[in-house]
Design a protein around this ligand. Structure first.
Ligand SMILES: [Zn+2]
Length: 243
């Protein structure tokens, strides 16, 4: 029997959480991934508060309504997640998926005085002129105002490097967003490894970087395939993901 759109989204979102845990990109029992299930984008699934990514099953994901103010009182809803993801799904209907993490290398780049990802290889070039930077970190985001401010930064670019904090990647597809946040972390790992040699970086020309970024944008099927392969690995490892 064919799965409904919500059932499929539940499986894909649970898989994406397990994959990033498998890859060591999660932090403790923090961080949230969400995905819209309604046409207007306002009804969305999100992982429950303080549940380890490696144990999330499709049925554990909470179905929330961005227009319902009583959601903030739900015991399994994390306040910071609600203020950010709730505002995103309320205000930006084109955002179908939002993934927030504090991965080591990306967060280290975010902590620099002037966070920047110069194009020095194929991975870093994917993000050429395509990442918004926020350097206004003011503690853990738990207000509607903070969520709205972050939304305005995600209108222009699908990625937001959150200064002194981590990253938010948005998109229209769970597979593509997963591949994007993973490649961003890998880019920052390459950048920091190159910087650690103390030698000057050989930064690509704007022309080559732009062409490379466009090439990436034309192979979203590669990103989706990466996700589908990883999802199968996670299901084989622990089929409870599908429950
Ligand atoms: Zn965070």
């Amino acid at each position: 029997m064919a799965l409904s759109k919500e059932e499929q989204t539940r499986i894909d979102l649970a898989a994406s959480l397990r994959i990033v845990e498998h890859l060591g990109m999660h932090e403790a029992v923090a961080n949230h991934f969400s995905a819209a299930v309604s046409e207007d984008g306002k009804k969305f699934l999100i992982n429950p508060k303080w549940k380890h990514f490696s144990r999330v099953r499709a049925s554990d994901l909470l179905l929330l309504d961005a227009d319902d103010p009583t959601t903030a009182d739900h015991p399994d809803v994390d306040a910071t997640a609600w203020s950010i993801h709730g505002q995103l799904h309320k205000n930006l209907p084109h955002v179908r998926v939002a993934m927030h993490l504090h991965p080591i290398y990306t967060t280290a780049i975010s902590a620099m005085k002037k966070p920047h990802i110069p194009p020095i290889d194929q991975n870093t070039a994917r993000y050429f002129n395509r990442v918004s930077i926020d350097t206004m970190f003011g503690g853990m985001a738990d207000t509607v105002e903070e969520g709205a401010r972050l939304c305005s930064l995600l209108e222009k670019n699908s990625r937001l490097l959150m200064g002194n904090h981590g990253v938010m990647v948005t998109g229209t597809d769970i597979g593509v967003a997963f591949d994007d946040i993973w490649t961003l972390e890998r880019s920052c790992q390459i950048l920091i490894t190159a910087l650690s040699t103390g030698q000057p970086l050989n930064v690509l020309s704007d022309e080559v970087a732009e062409k490379t970024a466009q090439d990436w944008e034309s192979i979203e099927d590669f990103s989706r395939k990466h996700f589908e392969e990883m999802k199968e690995i996670m299901i084989q490892k622990d089929p409870s993901l599908l429950d």
